[in-house]
Design a protein. Structure first.
Length: 242
């Protein structure tokens, strides 16, 4: 089987790069980013362009696919962990309308860019600097938690701690949707173009379904995403609130 074209080549890419996010004239102080063993990204002003290039212009399609997968409903409360510059968070807000949406990232620079985007669009999204492993949010306060391309930035024990925290903030029966790099299926490797140009994560690409189950999620489903090297897993917080 030839792999000269990325598997998503049939999808029309966005020909135009995302809006530029010029470097901040007053960049956030490094001390504003809390310490974590997760790999944080501080070159936020370049992030959207890098993602656009690495995805062959599929970044917007990926965000729309992810919010569809989450089946977001008007009025739902959503938390996007490791939200980066906020594109998925803003797509989620467009779906839930008046529902409360929080975007959380450990890098103050990412949150600064995300806040500027929300302000430009006059959208009310609560972007805040924080950690997936210690969100500071009340238990049982969210209907849905989204995690996009974040888990591969966490070492193994932190992946588990982060997912346990996501379960804690979900209402009983609430949904977690995780999209990330996964182990390449046979014959489909990391390397080459598209999303697969991302180097294999240092800890190895995660088994998303196993991670969710270990963190106490139930009704876990998983599969390949229609984007090279990416997969997803969805799970529910137990109905008894455990
Ligand atoms: C590859 S980016 C993904 C950004 C965005 N979710 C997306 O889909 O484009 C991974 C993000 O996780 C953030 N991150 C790393 N460790 C974290 C932690 N412990 N808590 C919250 N965010 C973290 C990084 O700063 C970075 O913005």
């Amino acid at each position: 089987m030839s792999h000269s074209n990325p598997p998503h080549a049939h999808r029309p890419p966005h020909a135009h790069p995302p809006d530029a996010n010029p470097p901040d004239a007053n960049p956030p102080d490094a001390a504003q980013s809390p310490a974590t063993a997760g790999h944080t990204i501080h070159w936020a002003w370049l992030y959207d362009i890098v993602v656009w290039i690495m995805s062959w212009g599929q970044d917007r399609a990926l965000r729309q696919w992810t919010v569809k997968l989450a089946a977001l409903q008007p009025g739902e409360a959503v938390l996007d962990v490791g939200c980066g510059t906020g594109d998925l968070t803003l797509a989620a807000k467009a779906r839930v309308g008046a529902g409360r949406v929080i975007g959380l990232d450990a890098a103050a620079e990412m949150i600064a860019v995300a806040r500027r985007k929300a302000a430009r669009r006059r959208v009310d999204v609560d972007f805040r600097v924080g950690l997936v492993e210690a969100t500071g949010l009340p238990a049982h306060s969210c209907d849905v938690v989204l995690s996009s391309l974040m888990l591969h930035h966490l070492p193994g024990d932190l992946k588990r701690a982060g997912l346990v925290e996501c379960r804690r903030v979900l209402k009983p029966g609430g949904r977690l949707v995780a999209v990330d790099f996964v182990r390449p299926a046979e014959g489909r490797r990391h390397g080459g173009m598209g999303w697969s140009a991302h180097p294999t994560p240092p800890q190895g690409a995660p088994d998303l379904a196993a991670l969710l189950a270990e963190a106490g999620f139930v009704d876990v489903t998983a599969g390949a995403a229609p984007f090279a090297s990416l997969g997803y897993a969805c799970g529910r917080a137990p109905a008894d609130g455990a």
